[in-house]
Design a protein around this ligand. Structure first.
Ligand code: PGA
Length: 250
């Protein structure tokens, strides 16, 4: 399975800085991109600029969030058809910052996943436990609940379009990383859940690891069974470091 290296820029970058970063990244990665697929998730305001900057490359571009409805009285929200209109082809659903800071429930995240698939936008369902949940021995239960709820109603015919990202909340932006053993245990659990949901089709879904991935630890994490790529925050904000993570796939 070809790994996917995805950069989540979060709430960073003006349009000109985004163009510069995307252009620098295109120059820093192999063409053609043989060993990995690469995706960028800039803020909504930079989507168009980033799409322009990567248009001659194989990099795909998505949004960090999306409302499940197509239109309506949802002040401040962006719909699936708006994403398609700007040219975005992917979307993150249920990033832990959305869940924790903006109160997104499993059910709301599921609505987003289903809406994305209904519009042929490729969703990445993000799951992961907090430090308190890990310390209370609840990691497996939390991850199972988030995976089952987030993917409810998704048919086995859609597995080619879905990605799951395991991001332990305690490892996001903290410099702490799950050990290969910790990541491996949860990735194996998620793989078993996907097989339970979709039988053989569940084996083909990419499961990304996220949480302080950087060039120095990427190769080790990407070598863990069922780690099929990385969702990268901080280290995706610099072309050399993101390119370094991409290089770790070859
Ligand atoms: P980080 O963020 O790489 O800065 O830890 C990962 C994420 O939140 O997707």
């Amino acid at each position: 399975m070809k790994p996917l290296i995805a950069g989540n820029w979060k709430m960073h970058m003006t349009r000109s800085a985004a163009r510069e970063l995307a252009t620098a990244l295109v120059r820093s990665i192999p063409d053609p991109l043989e060993a990995a697929d690469v995706a960028l998730y800039p803020p909504f305001t930079c989507l168009s600029d980033v799409l322009g900057a990567v248009s001659d490359s194989e990099i795909s571009v998505g949004a960090q969030n999306m409302h499940p409805q197509d239109q309506g009285a949802f002040t401040g929200e962006i719909s699936p058809s708006m994403l398609l209109d700007v040219g975005a082809t992917r979307v993150l659903c249920g990033h832990s910052e959305r869940r924790q800071l903006f109160g997104e429930s499993d059910d709301f995240v599921n609505q987003k996943v289903l809406a994305a698939l209904g519009h042929d936008i490729l969703p990445t369902l993000c799951v992961g436990e907090t430090l308190a949940e890990r310390e209370a021995g609840q990691t497996a239960a939390v991850v199972e609940r988030q995976v089952r709820a987030g993917l409810a109603g998704v048919g086995a015919d859609k597995t080619g379009e879905v990605t799951v990202a395991y991001e332990p909340v305690w490892a996001i932006g903290t410099g702490l990383t799950a050990t290969p053993a910790q990541a491996g245990a949860v990735h194996a659990q998620i793989r078993a859940l996907l097989q339970d949901l979709w039988a053989a089709a569940g084996e083909t879904v990419r499961i990304l690891y996220g949480g302080s991935v950087k060039p120095a630890n990427a190769r080790e994490l990407l070598g863990v069974p069922h780690v099929n790529g990385a969702l990268v925050g901080g280290a995706s904000l610099s072309a050399p470091s993101f390119a370094g993570i991409i290089a770790a796939t070859s």
